[in-house]
Structure formats: structure tokens, C-alpha cells
Ligand binder design. Sequence first.
Ligand code: ANZ
Ligand code: ZN
Length: 769
Amino acid sequence: MDYIAIHKKWGKYWAKNGTNKYDPNAKGEKYYCLQMFPYPSGANLHLGHYFNYAVCDTHARFKRMTGSNVFQPFGFDSFGLPAENHALKTGTHPRANTVKNIEIMKRQIDTLGHMHDWDNAVNTCEPEYYKWTQWLFLELFKAGLAYQKNALVNWCSKCNTVLANEQVLGGECERCQTQVVRKNMKQWFFKITDFAEELLAGLDKLDWPEKTKTMQRNWIGKSVGAQVWFGDIQVFTTRIDTIYGATFLVLAPEHPLVGKYVTDKQRKACNDYIAKAAKKSDIERLGAEGEKTGVFTGGYATNPVNGEKVPVYIADYVLATYGTGAIMAVPAHDERDMAFAKKYKIPIIKVIDAEGDCADGVLVNSGKHTGLPSAKAREQITKDLGSKAEAKTTYRLRDWGVGRQRYWGCPIPIIYCDCGIHTAEIPVLLPEIDDFKPKGAAPLANVAEFVNCKCPKCGKPARREVDTLDTFVCSSWYFLRYPDAKNDKEPFNKKTAAKMLPVDKYIGGAEHACMHLLYARFVTMFLKSRGYINFSEPFTSLVHQGVILGTDGQKMSKSKGNTKDPSEYTSVYGDDILRLFMLFGFNYVEGGPWNDNTLKTVTRFTERIATAIKDVRKGETDKELLYVMHATIKSVRHDLENFSFNTAVARCMELLNAIGKTAGGTSEAVRTLVLLTAPMFPHIGEEFWEMLGGKPSVFDQPFPVADEKYLTRETVEIAVQVNSRIVGRVDIPSKADQKAVEKLCSEFIAGKIVKKVIYINGKLINFIV
Ligand code: ANZ
Ligand code: ZN
């Protein structure tokens, strides 16, 4: 087959006839099928893109054929570091690069047969889009949820920018692996913490991978406990039941009360320690392996439950940003406190009698609370401490730092004037400049025409904000824009959003579990709270594709030299065969190492379908083929619905084999096979449909429906064993019970004494004689 010619032919046909256009008024229930949009940083699509876009398109086309009105838009996440770093490397302007790359990627997305409609495309670096990203910022600002504060931020000295906590992996910048340092800076934040409880509660109802939900739960990190005052030091604890065993307190090195407790004698040691701690990342500080270090302040506080004096230490395993930045340490029941107490020779008092050291149990050594079970004791002690304790729930989730000191991003629409901080008229356009290199300060600060403006309130000279927004802000709402991508009056029409959203199926990498997916949920909840939309969860159902590894079993990467260029395959076989190969060669959610042995299998399969079409025989379909055909329809429907593509292809191969074996007519089965496989190789599918005499597009045909009445075979063949060795096979009526089967097998046991019969329904009978 001339695959390349087939691709050209149908690509042209679709373009000319608008086959892939989305008609909001077409019949069928809307089905919003969305794949995470790509960064146009490198020029060419890689195999990961194919695995996401081409393979998922098979699901979308299947949904279309089963009667849904499928909306499967496409766009580009084009602001941000990847595009900017690429531009820095190649020396070209990020805009020029981005525009060029988008054109190339668009062509590739077209040729791979993705069923989308460029009329609905979004491109986040264009003012038509980012004007509304700025609108979102202003909405948050007006609601008091976008604010500035001085904060210790994660700073990457190579990217010259602030990173969100989520962008720091193992203490390193997720992009360039440079050690991240902490820097105190005034930053813009979104108050995602206001939605912590809703973000947590919403997870229960979502059809998402359990692992991803768990990651979000841990990231939000809800802790139910109490705040307790040891004098003026307030600690947060989840185990107030252990308070009689609190033999010391620990303040984070950054804690504001450190100065008050440090004695003259201890001052130098403390200052040295604080300086050292400032250089470590939170991850290093919390690491379980690391030795617990700290220093005595020389000061003491009072345990409110028994009036005893406890020494106050500084240690970096207590984080300033969590809870109250101070803890009561209970070495008998907390591993870190134990390690610390042993090192500094602090008393260890056991106060809980339990299976494990850290488990709940019954209180001992605990004054009047002795004998209470832990849960009851937590309640009672909190109550008995009166104003010195208070039940408290905390979250690990921090507000989202959104300011970036980079050029290639969405400008923050804020104006500073001596008379105050004001919102700017949008869009605030990103100026086209030549020197966009990061210098530690925002590159926009050097662009006088941009910075200098008139105060919208008093008319005096004022200055624009020069930080740009984290690119995750751009992608936190794009799914709302797609159904209304050309709207120049508002970010999206309320009615359209109500009709088209939420997204029914969202597909993308698992690495987005705690950033993009959390931010998008937050923005959705926020917009709902403002009455713009009527739903609080953007993505009803989520699928993560697996990772495709190199032939060596390692993650594909240029540095390892194990990458595969898709064009190596597509230039010979066209995109459809690559798609079919990916469908067949991998478990979609598991991924796995690249192995092109099965490439032959799928081309042979395709060629053999072509032959079956040419050799099609009129006449009645025999019973056996009808059975296989309907069983295949049933499985393929299930598999394409559930992203089990490899098994769907395998079942179609079985049907093809059955067609090859039958003595009866084949036209009905061949027609069914062509319809079942069409979504798996869309161009070839159209060609096959035409070869059968069908009128294009095959994707306007209904997907075959299994008829249950063919799914019970009248007879089945079972294996007959005597003493567990196979002695023959017999055909039995499929409804026959064990007694009837035994009778049919009597010839095998003639003259023998049967001691026991093992019958596996419809498969095997074993006579023990
Ligand atoms: C006393 C205690 C006794 C604790 C015990 C635990 C076990 P989660 O569940 O993760 O919220 N903690 C509180 N603030 C901290 C901070 N800023 N940095 C480091 N650790 C901090 O953990 C809550 C527990 O972590 C708190 O309960 C506190 O130690 C510690 F047998 O208080 B616990
Ligand atoms: Zn002013």
C-alpha cells in the first residue's frame, strides 16, 4: 500500500470537507476530550507527543462514531521558560521562535490525523489570549486573592528566576538541576490556601488515578491537631496527648522569637547556626537520613500542662513555614525528636503505652490524664488547657507564588503610584525587545517605555509592575477558553462554558499531578465562587499516559542518545502505522521500552485487511464467525472506551484470523472490521471504507454494536482428560450441564472406575480413574 499517498489524499479530503470541524449544534451529547497542550519549545513533535495526541485521538474518534459530539481542541502553551531558554540558546527572539515552532507543530498535528479544528485553537502568548489571563489576575486581585508579600522564595541562579515549591525537585531546579537557594523577595501570590479544604474534598468524587489523588492529598497535607502555648511560644502538634513527654521545645531558625530566648552566652553559636541553616533547602532540612542538628538557646519555656521548665532549642528540622514554626518535642514518641534528644542528652519520658513508639495508645506518666486513650486524651487535654490550647487544622499547602523575573511571560496588570497600587487597563502588552536575557532583575525593568506610565487614579507619573506571570497561570484556565476561543468581549461566554464544560476526559503526563492539575482546580473553584461558571471541578475524568522509554529501558533523552525520531517511521509508513504501532505495542498507562519488532506485525495486519477487502466473499456469515465478530465488537467497545488500546488491536487481529478461516461469506465481518479499526488509523480507515464502496467519511458511520444473541455459542469444544492427561476433545452443547457432558465423554472411560470428576465449565473435564 502507498501509505504516504493515502495520508495525503485523506488529509486533503478532510480539510476540504471540514470533516474534523466541530459543530456545537450537531446532534449527540457533547464530549470534551482534551489532551494537555504542548510547549512549542523544540521544533518537532517527539514520540511522547505522538503517544498523547495520536493515540488519544483514537479514543476521540471512537466516541464520535458511538454518537458523541466530540470536541477535541488543540493549542499551544507558548509563554514561559522552555520557549525562553530555547530562544536564549539559539539566539533568536522567543516570539520568532515560538511562531515558527507553532507552524511546524501545527503541520505535524494535522498530518498525524488529530481530529481538531484550528478555529478553536488557543495560543497563550498572543494578546487575544493573555488579555484574559490578565483579567483572571485582576479578578483574583479584586477578591483579595492576588497579593504581594515578602517571602523566602526559591531562587534558581541559572534560570535567574523564582520557582514555585512545586518546581523544586530534590532541592534542585526542575528545569536545569541547579541547586536552589532561598532569597527574601517581595512577590505576587495567589491565595490557593483559601481553597485547601475544597481542593481536598473535591478529590473524592473525581474519576482520576488513585495515585494522583493521593499525591494531591499529600501536597495539600491536612493535619488535624492543636496549637498550644508554652508561655509566648505557640507550637502546633498533632499529638497533644503526648504533652507530658515534651521535654524540650524547638524553634525554626527563622522564628521571630529566637532573639528573645537566646542568652548572651549562646548568641554566637546560635547566629552561626542560623546562618548555616539559611543555605539549606526545605527538602534537605526535612530529609530523614540527615543528622539532626541544632543549638541550645540558653532559654527556657513552661509546659502549660504541669508547669515544668523545658529548654528551648533551635533546629533546622523545624520549618518556619509550617504550622507555627515551633514544636514541642516528645523524644519518646517521635523519631526525629528522639535522635535529637539522644545527641543533646535531653531526658526521654515515655507517656504512651502502645504497640509502636509513635502509635496511639493509653496515657502513662501523664498526671490526671493517665489512663485515657490517646484520642480521648487529645480532646480532654485541649479542653483542660483552656486558653492555652486550641484545636487547629493546618495545611501543608502554601500560597502559589506567581511572579517571575523573566521576559517571556504574561505581564502583570498592576501600576504603582505614590498614591497607591492600581489595576491597569488590559491588555497590558508585552513589549518587543531585543535584550530579553535574565539578569536577576526583571528584564522589563530596563524598558522605559513599558515601565513609565500615567497613574490611572491621579494622573501623575507612575510605574508598571515588571514581573511576569508564572506560565502555569496561563495554563490554569485554557480549557475554559477553547469552546469560545475567538471571544473578544470576555474570557469565555457563561452559557457556552455551562454547556461545554467540564472536560469529560483529560489526558496528560503524571508529572502534572501537583502543579497544573491543582492550579486548574483552584482557578475553576475560584471562578465558580465568583459566579462565572457553575461547576467546581474542571476535569471529571483523568488519564495519565505511560512514559515511553528508549530501547535500553531508560527514559528517552538526548543526553542518553536513546531517542527516536518519529519521522524515521512516518516518512516510510506514514503517521497511521506509527499510531497503530503505539496503540498495539504499549499498555497506554504503563508505557515501556521502545521495541519496533511489532512494527512488522501491525503493517502485516494492515496489509491483510486490504487483502480481505479485495477477496471479500458474498454469502451468509457462518455461526462461528458471527460469534467471533460480535465478541470482538463487545471487547473493542470496552477497550477503546477505557484506553486499553493494545487489547483492542489484538482483538481485531483475532477477528481478521477468523475471517481468513471461514468457509462462509465474509462481507459482514470485513465491513465490521473496517469500522472497528478506522479510529486506529484514520487515513487508512477512510481508504478501506472507500474500498468497500462506502461513502466518506467513515467517521460519520455508527460504530458496530454487539448483538448478545450471537454471543452464546451453540456448541463449545472442551478438552477431555483422564488422570489429568489430555485424551481428546469433544463438542458439547454450550448449555449442557456436567451430567450431560459426562455422558458425552463416556467413550473415554469405558471399562474404568471413575473416582472423581473435575469439570471446568465450557473448558475441560478431568476424570480421575
Ligand atoms: C508533638 C509530637 C509528638 C508530634 C509525637 C508528633 C509525634 P503533620 O502530621 O505532618 O502535620 N511539626 C509541627 N510543626 C512543625 C514544623 N514547622 N516543622 C517540623 N515539624 C513540625 O506533623 C505534625 C507534627 O509535626 C507535629 O506534631 C509536630 O510534632 C511536628 F509523638 O508534636 B508533633
Ligand atoms: Zn497616583
